[in-house]
Design a protein around this ligand. Structure first.
Ligand SMILES: NC(=O)c1ccc[n+]([C@@H]2O[C@H](COP(=O)([O-])OP(=O)(O)OC[C@H]3O[C@@H](n4cnc5c(N)ncnc54)[C@H](O)[C@@H]3O)[C@@H](O)[C@H]2O)c1
Ligand SMILES: [Zn+2]
Length: 665
């Protein structure tokens, strides 16, 4: 046992550490450590607080559910609180839980509903007379965020129930695994930070301010709880699930009833082995006392129900040796440490490399070369180093120092801003950066130059043919032919044609292509819409930038800083010589300025993407759902429910022909 003073100190440290990670997890959706590590910290704190109850305080993270997120949405005060779940990784504690339940209820054997624990985020959805009226996040359990518009963008959540009931239901929003992989692939290409696991991706998506983005991300949901079930004569958790199905809510199909703990443990074992067959991440099972009267009798702690426990799956971790650290260089010059490992089996695959995040992580965790380390596959994705095991050191380990020179160009290395975590190659002409930048410029979301793939761009850059994106427009056929192997007459002329074609792309694609840090294609669209010209954007001050929807103080600063660099200014002028962007400033070219459109059904003349780009190019805006702010509903064949909604709200409905007329005049 440790002394009171030691305990006080340790508790204090633990709370600080836990608060920090809770903030990263609940507010930023960007955790630094795996859940199992967090659970460990919390468990240590709870144990200490139990030993020294006088050190327990009401603000301890041990008795708090979640955190209230930053207010980007309207607040919702939950009429019925949303709870967390006590969790465990051990069979022994499940048996203990069962013992407590049996004692409390004075019965021999308890019937449990075993459900899979979906690794998403809780939501509460309210229906009034069968109509969806509100969707909210859990937040801290008392106050959440109003995410109704985003909930409506999730196609499997019915806007109208199969019965005209007034009811509040609860469940979990999640991102399907395949979508998650896709998003992370795209993000790592665009050098955005990848999501640590599907839960973070789902949370980040649901708390997007733009429902269109939500619709694109294909979120989905399962429901498992009805508020005030007794009003609906429901007597068990099982009946609740059946009821949810009957009113049209999606219910996870693998739940099972178990009499006593044998079945509970068997269910957990079965799914800890076969969970990877599901297209959603599950991090454990939830064991619930089935009988609702019994639930009521058992009641709640300050934080969680006494009638349920989350029985989590063991984290997928393995131990191995760190044999080498290599450094990668990205588009903006960020240098990332990568761990090369002695190959180890982990969750059915062989792992040889793992992410070490950044250099701060390495020094904070004191990870050394040749250390024995723990690797983890969080959410079944990119393996990450969790920590090292200092007890296993032999004395041959070496501290890992960040490179003082860029591993590719040998240029100087440093931090751009003092508070930056990322270490960057500061050489503006670094070929690694250059290749990534040009690759990005040519990519689908940016200038979309067909045929200019990553490998080819690297060859062009290595041959010294291109030093800036604008140089692409100066290339001629002979330049390309000079690359030799694999580039014939035909390929060369196709490439030149594709490059030339990109000159008349819409403005937002050019803005995306610049690769301004923090500015993806969505923000580029907003910027293009607002400024209407590249020159306008370049000369905008911070205040004006902040007027653009979705641009906050920090991003405005970053954009301003980006454009104040002399090299960037020069490159912009150079680009403007070649690109022939029609939407440069003349007012006549923006006939749809300020108009808000919603598109429904199939249009004969445009794909969904084409029509969106067209509307945006002409100054209009596109939303995914009809609201009273919509100006026009553009109606195609086989429209959905949006048509009725638009009629109800008295919104002007036009077809493709009307639209063509509008943009002609
Ligand atoms: N990595 C980090 O830094 C970090 C930081 C904070 C929290 N966390 C993690 O967050 C979790 C704690 O957060 P929490 O309080 O939201 O608890 P939780 O997510 O572990 O469990 C409660 C939640 O489970 C969900 N759930 C999924 N399926 C369910 C089902 N079938 N029935 C009932 N509920 C179901 C509900 O949303 C419920 O709110 C822990 O797992 C912890 O590891 C991690
Ligand atoms: Zn470099």
């Amino acid at each position: 046992m440790i002394t009171f003073e030691e305990a006080r100190k340790r508790i204090d440290e633990l709370r600080k550490e836990i608060d920090y990670h809770a903030y990263r997890y609940y507010v930023l959706d960007d955790p630094e450590i795996p859940d199992s590590e967090y659970d460990n910290l919390l468990r240590t704190l709870i144990d200490l607080e139990e030993q020294y109850p006088e050190l327990k305080t009401p603000d301890s993270p041990s008795i708090r559910v979640g955190l209230k997120p930053v207010a980007s949405f309207k607040e919702v005060v939950h009429e019925y609180r949303l709870f967390s779940l006590d969790n465990t990784y051990s069979e022994e504690e499940v048996l203990q839980f069962d013992r407590r339940v049996r004692e409390e209820l004075q019965i021999e054997i308890v019937r449990y509903m075993c459900e899979l624990k979906i690794d998403g985020l809780s939501i509460s959805v309210k229906y009034d007379n069968g109509l969806l009226v509100r969707g909210a996040t859990r937040g801290n359990g008392f106050v959440g965020e109003d995410v109704t518009e985003n909930i409506r963008a999730i196609k499997s959540i019915p806007l109208r129930l199969r019965q005209d009931l007034s009811v509040e239901v609860r469940g979990e929003v999640y991102l399907p695994k395949d979508v998650f992989y896709e998003i992370n692939r795209a993000r790592s290409k665009g050098e955005l930070q990848v999501f640590a696991n599907p839960r973070n991706a789902a949370a980040g998506t649901l708390r997007q301010l733009d429902p269109r983005e939500v619709a694109k991300r294909r979120l989905n949901a399962f429901f498992y709880h009805v508020v005030e079930p007794s009003k609906l004569q429901l007597k068990s958790q099982n009946e609740q699930l059946q009821f949810l199905k009957s009113i049209g809510m999606r219910v996870e199909p693998n739940s099972e009833l178990a009499e006593g703990t044998d079945g509970v443990i068997a269910f957990w074992k079965k799914w800890s082995e076969s969970k990877s067959s599901l297209n959603y991440a599950v991090d454990g099972t939830v064991v619930k006392v089935d009988d609702l009267y019994a639930q009521e009798e058992l009641g709640y702690t300050t934080k969680a129900p006494r009638w349920a426990i989350a029985f989590k799956f063991p984290a997928e971790q393995a131990m191995t040796k760190l044999i080498k650290v290599t450094f990668g260089v990205g588009r903006t010059g960020t240098i990332t440490p990568v761990a090369e490992l002695e190959p180890v089996q982990l969750a059915g695959t062989t792992v040889k490399r793992a992410s070490m995040h950044n250099f701060d992580f390495i020094s904070e965790k004191d990870i050394r070369l040749f250390d024995i380390v723990i690797v983890q596959k969080a959410g079944e994705i990119i393996p990450q180093i969790v920590r090292s095991i200092p007890e296993k050191r032999t004395g041959k380990e070496k501290r890992i120092t960040p490179p003082s020179r860029c591993p590719v160009c040998g240029g100087e290395v440093g931090r751009e801003k003092e508070e930056d975590v990322a270490l960057k190659c500061l050489n503006p002409t670094c070929p690694a950066k250059l290749s990534r930048r040009i690759q990005f410029f040519c990519s689908r979301d940016a200038m979309d130059i067909e045929g200019l793939g990553e490998k080819l761009v690297e060859r062009i850059v290595e041959a010294g043919l291109v030093k800036n994106p604008s140089d692409l427009y100066k290339l001629n056929k002979d330049d390309l032919l000079s690359l030799g192997e694999g580039i014939g007459e035909k390929t060369a002329s196709n490439l030149i044609e594709a490059i030339q074609k990109s000159r008349s792309n819409p403005l937002f694609k050019l803005i995306t292509g610049l690769g301004i840090p923090g500015v993806g294609s969505k923000t580029s669209k907003d910027l293009a819409n607002y400024f209407g010209s590249l020159r306008g954007l370049v000369s905008a001050d911070e205040k004006e930038l902040r007027n653009v929807s979705g641009i906050g103080e920090q991003l405005a600063k970053d954009i301003k800083r980006y454009f104040s660099s002399p090299e960037v200014k020069k490159e912009v002028e150079e680009l403007l010589k070649y690109v022939n962007i029609k939407d440069e400033d003349s007012p006549g070219s923006k006939p749809l300025k300020g108009m808000k459109f919603v598109v429904t059904g199939t249009l004969p003349g445009y794909s969904r993407k084409e029509i969106q780009e067209k509307i945006i190019k002409l100054g209009g805006e596109v939303a995914s759902s009809v609201s009273k702010n919509t100006d026009f509903l553009l109606l195609g064949e086989n429209p959905g429910s949006k048509e009725q909604k638009a009629r109800d709200l008295g919104i002007k409905i036009i077809d493709e022909r009307d639209f063509e007329e509008m943009i002609k005049s």
